[in-house]
Design a binder for this molecule. Structure first.
Ligand SMILES: *Cc1c(COP(=O)(O)O)cnc(C)c1O
Length: 406
């Protein structure tokens, strides 16, 4: 049996920053029988998940659920709000921001990429002051949208979206604000309405601890107005018919029923625990992992402590050590998958995910795998990261424990 080859003994450690480990409770929910997507029970499920995801995005406006990966929702956000040749400002924080730009170019948008110069560009968050300066110079208001990535999964940097909103307002600029929180939603603080985001884009397989296959567009009144005039071709991605049918809990086309069971279950888990407690849980795990990296004497990819990601940590390998060779050893010897370096930082760093179904001991085991693998790869470590993380976890109890005391 082929499957047994993939699962030798024990659990594989899926420590990549998405797809994340899916809780058993969510996997079981997916195994309920598939039902009639035009029948009465489905409408109840549809209305429930639509209301739940509004709570996750913190919005009162419609949220569109697509049976697609995050890339589909990226495309949907652009084709619903923009027209061919529109000037769009794309802030490059890392590989995902760069990929979103590539997609926008393919759609026929005139993109302007901005970001920090030099080799450290991918070690920082969005600089709202640079956006403000650029928008102030655009007195003709030719820029139609500002696109930023909230949690840059390629680097482990979580940008300040409220500051970007403030920058757009300070420049008195009418551009739409489009934000990719594909890996952030459900694990890092996110406030669609408060932060004045026009379209928030997310996906299922990262912070939401679901399998791949669902993605989202959360909308604003302004985005819906823009969608009535935008002329980029759209059919499957068009918001109007979906919003109309969603009023009764249904979709114009076949939704992915079993993934919606999973979504319902994951939302229950996140909302029962409380979003603030979930965010604090990931912050705590992130600090534990970073204390390990510091003890090893290695550099964290994110160079600014104010924007460390609660979802993943990028670990830079020393000059001359191929990060992918380290990952290969850890995978082969210890059955643990780590995220590869993407784009221009490939081979120079690897990524440890602290998202999805996890706990202190899962992370300690993953760090033990990293520590052994780094040593086997010939990296001279300054000290034990596992010990540092144990010290951190034991001296910082979770504010809201995952397990209630008996
Ligand atoms: C994963 C990811 C994407 C791409 O989503 P897919 O589901 O792979 O299409 C885009 N942006 C960010 C920030 C991501 O983490």
């Amino acid at each position: 049996m082929l499957m047994l080859d993939f699962h030798p003994t024990g659990r594989h450690f899926l420590q990549i920053p998405g797809p994340s480990p899916v809780p058993d409770r969510v996997l079981r929910a997916m195994s309920y029988p598939t039902i009639d997507h035009r029948g009465p029970e489905f409408g109840v499920l549809g209305l429930k998940v639509l209301a739940d995801v509004q709570r996750l995005f913190k919005t009162r406006q419609p949220v569109i659920i697509y049976p697609a990966s995050g890339t589909g929702a990226w495309e949907a956000a652009l084709v619903n709000t923009l027209s061919a040749g529109d000037h769009v400002l794309m802030y490059e924080t890392g590989h995902f921001a760069a990929l979103w730009n590539k997609l926008a170019v393919r759609l026929g948008l005139k993109t302007e990429v901005m970001g920090l110069p030099g080799p450290d560009a991918w070690r920082h968050g969005v600089r709202a002051d640079l956006i403000e300066e650029r928008l102030k110079a655009d007195t003709a208001h030719s820029i139609k949208a500002v696109c930023v990535v909230h949690n840059e999964t390629s680097t482990g940097v979580t940008s300040n979206i409220a500051a970007v909103r403030k920058a757009i307002d300070a420049a008195k600029h009418p551009a739409l604000l489009l934000v990719d929180t594909i890996s952030g939603l459900g694990s890092a603080d996110y406030r669609h309405d408060d932060w004045g985001v026009d379209v928030s884009i997310s996906g299922s397989q990262k912070g939401l601890m679901l399998p791949p296959g669902i993605s989202f567009n959360a909308l604003s009144v302004k985005a819906i107005e823009a969608s009535k005039k935008a002329t980029l071709p759209k059919a499957f991605w068009a918001w109007d018919e979906i919003i109309e049918m969603n009023k009764t809990g249904f979709w114009p086309t076949t939704p992915n029923t079993n993934l919606l069971y999973a979504l319902s279950e994951a939302c229950d888990m996140l909302l029962e625990h409380g979003l603030d407690a979930v965010f604090a849980r990931h912050q705590r795990w992130a600090e534990g992992v970073r204390s390990a990296v510091r003890a090893w004497g290695l550099q964290i990819q994110c160079a600014d402590a104010a924007v460390y990601s609660p979802i993943l940590t990028g670990v830079m390998t020393p000059e001359g050590i191929d990060a992918d060779a380290v990952r290969k050893i850890i995978h082969e010897r210890f059955d643990c998958s780590l995220g590869t370096g993407l784009g221009k930082i490939k081979g120079k760093m690897f990524r440890i995910g602290h998202l999805g179904d996890s706990n202190d001991l899962t992370l300690l085991a993953a760090l033990a795998g990293c520590e052994m693998g780094l040593k086997l790869a010939g990296v001279k470590l300054a000290g034990s990261g596992v010990q540092a993380a144990m010290d951190y976890f034991s001296s910082h109890a979770a504010a809201v424990p995952s397990r209630k005391a008996a």
